[in-house]
Design a protein around this ligand. Sequence first.
Ligand code: SF4
Length: 270
Amino acid sequence: MVAQRPIRKSAFTTYGKCQKKFEYLYNSPDYFNYGLDEAEQNDPLRRGNLFHNGCDKFFAELEGKIKTSNITSIFRTLLPTITDPRDSIVNTWFDWFAETEKERYIELDEANQMGCFIPIATELEIKLPDTIDRTGHVDRVDIIPGTKDLCITEYKTGKSYDMDNSYSFTDMNKEIGFYVQIMNTASIFPNNKITHWKVINPTLEKIWINKISPISLRSVEVLYKEITNKILSKDKFQRNIGVLCKSCPFVIECMDGYYQEDVKNEPFEI
Ligand code: SF4
């Protein structure tokens, strides 16, 4: 049997929005580099990547210096300064991030829990060998102060990542659930339990912390089985025509095919 491509987290969450888009993405020659080619990045994606890279560098710079006195006064200098005027907003995000990390530092220092300040992992690539392998990339993993429990932390810079919105919250539960299933089953942190997730959004200047939901872990498994069954049985992937089509990179091929195969005489609206 030909080995199937792994199911990446981005493909998994895409399936929940439109099965057909998942199929295009999964079979695309760019599947493994999707969104990574700098020349093809749009503004939000490029700025998001700048923010991720800066935050990662911040913690790398702090290694070994964390207990230096007045270290918080130089937090902002440990983050980059973006000179390209197109991306100047990212400097505002870094200003806010430095302030929130300073508050976190002070709280941990007062609680005598400074050992929890540096994440136990950043930019972590994860993989689970399975019927079809699952892969993902976790931005950061923190230890919850006073415990051995872990919190998966994600940086999200888009306005749509507002966890006060129930749709975004449900999507994030799925995304985090996908990671948790991989990390638990592959025993990536065998001595710790993953109990929480956190989203840091510098655009909205908000941080949310939530417990991992056992229901969302079960629904991740149901969805994963549905996707693998469809791939292996070469079943049909359904279109979900709606507002998301406007920004879908596969809209031309999708609508051509849809028009000819399925509706022939019925024009569609996006
Ligand atoms: S154009 Fe719309 S229906 Fe087609 S793959 Fe994209 S999101 Fe799905």
